[in-house]
Design a binder for this molecule. Structure first.
Ligand code: HEM
Ligand code: HEM
Length: 178
């Protein structure tokens, strides 16, 4: 008899929550870097961490997508209405697209302005994948900032939906991810 999974596979759950934690730090550093003094290199170091951890997000999402393609999501019980299922799928696809696009745009923003993307507190810097290009820099920077703001709302909606399922509908949506 085939058993039906009641939770996402462990690697998928681990990758989901690791991504949430890393994104939280990446956002915090971006938002609060302005309070750090420019002198002494503290602000620059904070940005190095922003960039390094931002790229780490990309490293987490690629195997996650691969795994997800071979490991289906466990069923939600009781099953939500069809429209809600489509809305959830659309939000999840948007989130995956963001997890790829935002780090890539960040990398283009930095490297098109000849800003080194290094492992913080080491001399190791990523080779320049993008050359100096002021026009590209401006476009990528604007998109990176715009997406950064827009996804506060998408992520907020996603988290609110998970809590609504858990506390109001009282189905197993959230329990499948913990
Ligand atoms: C998922 C990952 C990432 C998120 C959520 C994110 C988010 C943000 C946010 C919210 C800002 C502040 C925008 C503003 O000042 O309004 C920012 C700025 C910035 N990010 Fe990222 N970022 C990510 C990854 C990266 C990566 C991987 C790099 C580079 C390798 C990068 C480079 C930058 C740079 C250079 C700025 C400053 C732009 C400026 O001059 O204002 N980011 N990011
Ligand atoms: C940076 C923030 C977050 C990102 C980028 C994110 C991303 C994602 C993605 C892409 C999925 C789809 C998984 C799949 O089926 O392939 C997902 C599922 C899920 N997430 Fe998040 N998530 C975030 C924060 C949260 C938070 C804060 C919560 C809880 C309050 C949460 C709860 C869930 C749940 C319960 C699912 C399963 C939904 C379902 O199968 O219908 N997520 N998340």
């Amino acid at each position: 008899m085939k058993t039906v999974a009641t939770r996402y596979a462990l690697p998928l759950r681990a990758l989901h929550w690791a991504t949430v934690a890393v994104i939280a730090v990446v956002y915090l550093v971006a938002e609060f870097r302005g309070y750090l003094p420019r002198e002494g290199g503290q602000r620059a170091l904070a940005m190095q961490w922003h960039m390094f951890l931002g790229l780490f997000v990309l490293l987490l999402v690629l195997p996650r997508i691969g795994l997800r393609l071979v490991q289906p999501a466990p069923p939600i019980l009781p099953p939500p209405a069809r429209l809600l299922r489509w809305a959830a799928l659309a939000t999840h696809l948007l989130l995956y697209a963001f997890l790829i696009a935002q780090p890539v745009l960040g990398l283009i923003t930095a490297q098109s302005a000849e800003r080194a993307v290094a492992i913080p507190m080491t001399d190791w810097a990523l080779p320049a994948l993008v050359g100096r290009d002021p026009g590209l820099h401006e476009t990528a920077e604007e998109l990176h900032e715009w997406l950064g703001t827009a996804f506060y709302f998408v992520i907020g909606l996603h988290a609110a939906a998970a809590l609504w399922h858990h506390f109001a509908v009282r189905d197993n949506t959230l329990r499948r991810m913990v």
